[in-house]
Ligand binder design. Structure first.
Ligand SMILES: O=C(O)CCC(=O)C(=O)O
Ligand SMILES: [Fe+2]
Length: 321
């Protein structure tokens, strides 16, 4: 489990008499506050897999538009039981409440849950729910990829084959944002885009996510029991820039601690990701690849060796604007 707002921040936030934040936590960039509320498109997963061709075509069109214009969408009728998502959020809360001595005995930055499954030893509730949650999340992603393949004009299974999705990388990340005495001067997670294809996000009913849209920051408040999905850098690369990954960040507040669970879903670590051949062989050879091919594993290693910083890594493989 990645605890990006790690235990030291939690301890700091819980220290008695904390009335302001230490200077190293001060955020000097754009102000965190915004009044803008994003109207994120809603996608109905059951329609994407409908046997009614009209419903399915309309849903695929809506997904295409959502990915092109927002890079974020609210997924409903996703088939993930509410007890499971609620149980996961409660299990994450239990994890963050463990004593330091009980916290995991492995690299706390990432829990890789596919193709090889790992899980913290405690709490028991997390061990019980995590396998099902991850499997169902991969199922959701598989359905989204089929629809995206079609919206790119490819065979339904072309993308999952090209990206070797049977050994797809899936990373489970739980974020803890403690209450903060002066939230307008801090930032929970700095602006970044996600690597991979689709990230699935759920939260404990407390808002905090902001996304960049037309150069402005918008608050995102997904309705209860929905899953928020965003497109990642590798969808941008594979689609040759049609579906751009979007900068997002998380603010903090002075009232309630926030927990979010992000499940990052990428290709196989061994997949070499480049724009789909058919997208760059336009009639008369008109369309050229806008991104260089790079193995997903190498992309990750290079990205993780630096700071989470905007879209710096993606710019490195970008060939032209
Ligand atoms: O907590 C959030 O809303 C965003 C988390 C996030 O962007 C991430 O884990 O990559
Ligand atoms: Fe993210």
């Amino acid at each position: 489990m990645a605890a990006r707002s790690n235990s030291s921040v939690k301890q700091l936030a819980e220290s008695p008499n904390l009335s302001s934040i230490p200077s190293n936590y001060i955020y000097h960039s754009d102000p965190a506050e915004t009044d803008l509320q994003a109207s994120i498109p809603v996608i109905d997963l059951s329609l994407l897999t409908s046997h009614n061709p009209h419903h399915k075509a309309k849903a695929i069109h809506d997904l295409d538009q959502a990915c092109q214009h927002w890079g974020f969408f609210i997924l409903v009728n996703h088939g993930m039981p509410e007890e499971l998502t609620q149980g996961m959020l409660e299990a994450a809360a239990e994890f963050f409440n463990l004593s330091e001595a009980d916290k995991p005995d492995f690299n706390p930055e990432n829990v890789f849950v596919h193709p090889h499954f790992a899980c913290p030893h405690k709490p028991q509730s997390l061990r019980g729910l995590l396998p099902e949650y991850c499997e169902r999340s991969r199922d959701v992603v598989a359905k989204l990829l089929k629809a995206i393949s079609e919206s790119l004009g490819l065979e339904e299974t072309e993308m999952e084959k090209a990206l070797e999705m049977t050994s797809s990388l899936q990373i489970f990340v739980a974020n803890y944002y403690p209450r903060c005495p002066n939230p307008e001067a801090a930032m929970g997670i700095l602006p970044h885009s996600d690597h991979g294809l689709f990230t699935l996000l759920i939260q404990n009913g407390v808002g905090g996510l902001q996304i960049q849209h037309h150069q402005r920051w918008f608050n995102v408040n997904p309705p209860p029991n929905s899953i928020l999905v965003n497109t990642g850098d590798h969808l941008e690369i594979y689609s040759n820039g049609k579906y751009k990954s979007v900068l997002h960040r998380a603010i903090v507040n002075n009232k309630t601690a926030r927990i979010s669970i992000a499940t990052a879903n990428g290709p196989s670590l061994d997949a070499v990701v480049a724009p789909a051949c058919r997208l760059v062989q336009g009639e008369g050879g008109g369309v050229v690849a806008a991104y260089a091919a790079m193995k997903y594993k190498d992309y990750l290693l290079e990205q993780q060796s630096g700071q989470l910083d905007g879209k710096t890594m993606l710019k490195r493989v970008r060939i032209q604007d």
